[in-house]
Design a protein around this ligand. Sequence first.
Ligand code: 4NP
Length: 149
Amino acid sequence: MIKVMFVCLGNICRSPMAEFVLKDMVSIKSSATSYEEIGNDIYGGTRDKLIQKNIPFTKRKATRLTPGDYNKYDFIIGMEEANIRDIKRIVGEDKENKIYKLLDFSNNPRDIADPWYTGNFEITFNDIVEGCNGFLEYLKSNGRISSEE
Ligand code: 4NP
């Protein structure tokens, strides 16, 4: 079992969107770097986008990444450079090379804009799908998962 933790600032927009998109394919969790939204369900814009794209999701409560998560997960995947800095502040040095940005797995590595600020959940959704597809391709090409259904 490969264990993945997606991380963003609030854990109500991007990282739960990535969680439910990739959960449509494998088993995943997500968390926040900040304390602001702890206990809150996903934001309306993320919920509406998942409904529009027919991605199943469940009621959830935002949680914060913990130092112990570093040992529990094989991949800790942030959405933007600021997340990577904050993740390292929480878990310490990345000794086992587990920390990535989601679009590091795409052909065009870049940050995923925060729709909490941009209001554009469509661009964020498309970036997250691109990143999740790239991540699955990475796992397959590194022999971490079988490419058979
Ligand atoms: P997210 O978006 O990091 O994609 O979940 C945000 C949600 C809430 C806040 C910031 C970003 N906030 O400051 O409360």
